[in-house]
Design a protein around this ligand. Structure first.
Ligand SMILES: Cc1cc2nc3c(=O)[nH]c(=O)nc-3n(C[C@H](O)[C@H](O)[C@H](O)COP(=O)(O)OP(=O)(O)OC[C@H]3O[C@@H](n4cnc5c(N)ncnc54)[C@H](O)[C@@H]3O)c2cc1C
Length: 288
């Protein structure tokens, strides 16, 4: 199908893009890599009167050092993230997750800002963003906001973003020393979207006890979320197989499991627990 008719602008600054959004009374959509927006327009699931292309906006595509962690511009593609030496050095789990998204064509175009704003319930990056305590920085509507990823993903395809707000940057803090991470997903064979995906970050203290545990889950329910019951169970314990199993058994607590043609709710619950066990085990091994 071809999309409904729309107008198109390509501003060169964030300020100009924000002015266009404000004057379009909710009828405009931002275009980043187009990997989700264009298919949705072609299927006429969204029919914006105006498309605001961000590709000419200066200084939105970069990976930079930031307080020991990394700052990533919203228009940075998966491929740039996947191949960034800084990301590999500071936060190798992000390299690993980015490289598991879709295929090379999609990764060459799709951006981190577009992926987070789209908030597909099966997307990979959100699981890591919530686990990593990432912050999503925006401009628009007065002063800019710095939204914790844990509060950003509200529901399926629904975020804390306002209509007149643009994501400009994502800040991912450096994990503490002696932290290991792993992302485990059961991928849809055709699209590579996560039927369920679990990102785990485990920090061990000098005695080998889990001092900090972060677990992000995607695909299981309507929005990516932290598995806090599992995290609290494991924190302060030695990472024995029994402790990892008991933590993983709590990984689905609080999730309203999705039931669709890709998997029943019971299957997703089972996957969440098994993938949590694998992600925690691998994270502990890497932390050690
Ligand atoms: C064949 C295929 C396979 C895929 N497989 C996977 C997969 O395995 N895992 C996975 O996680 N994803 C997968 N995806 C989805 C894809 O990763 C992302 O949804 C996509 O890259 C979104 O980024 P984009 O830059 O293309 O955004 P666009 O499509 O341009 O925009 C998406 C949405 O975000 C909004 N937006 C864009 N930029 C901003 C901004 N800076 N501020 C505010 N709002 C903004 C747009 O208005 C739009 O609503 C797949 C997509 C395709 C086509």
């Amino acid at each position: 199908m071809i999309p409904a008719a729309f107008d198109y602008v390509a501003p060169s600054t964030v300020r100009e893009a924000l002015a266009v959004l404000r004057s379009s009374a909710g009828d405009a959509r931002l275009l980043a890599g187009g990997q989700s927006l264009i298919p949705m327009m072609r299927m006429r699931l969204v029919n914006p009167g105006l498309v605001v292309d961000l590709s000419r906006v200066a200084d939105l595509a970069y990976v930079r050092e930031h307080d020991g962690g990394i700052a990533i511009g919203a228009m940075t593609t998966y491929r740039t993230i996947e191949t960034s030496l800084l990301v590999r050095e500071r936060f190798p789990l992000l390299t690993e997750v980015a490289s598991q998204v879709a295929d090379l064509q999609v990764r060459n175009r799709g951006t981190i800002g577009g992926a987070l704003a789209h908030a597909d319930p099966s997307a990979d990056l959100p699981a890591l963003m919530v686990a990593a305590d990432a912050r999503i920085l925006t401009r628009g509507g007065g002063r800019g906001r710095s939204i914790p990823a844990t509060r950003f993903f509200v529901d399926a395809f629904t975020t804390a973003l306002r209509e007149t707000e643009i994501i400009t940057r994502i800040v991912v803090p450096a994990p503490p020393a002696r932290t290991g991470g792993s992302y485990q997903k059961l991928a849809n064979r055709a699209s590579h979207f996560a039927i369920v995906g679990v990102a785990a970050l485990v920090t061990l203290d000098a005695a080998g006890v889990c001092s900090r545990v972060r677990i992000g889950v995607t695909g299981a329910g309507p929005a990516a979320s932290r598995a806090q019951a599992a995290e609290s169970y494991l924190a302060g314990r030695a990472p024995t197989e029994a402790a990892l199993e008991a933590a993983a058994a709590r990984a689905g607590d609080g999730i309203d499991f999705t039931d669709d043609l890709h998997g029943s709710a019971a299957y997703r619950e089972h996957l969440t627990q098994r993938l949590a066990f694998r992600a925690l085990s691998a994270a502990v091994e890497r932390a050690g």
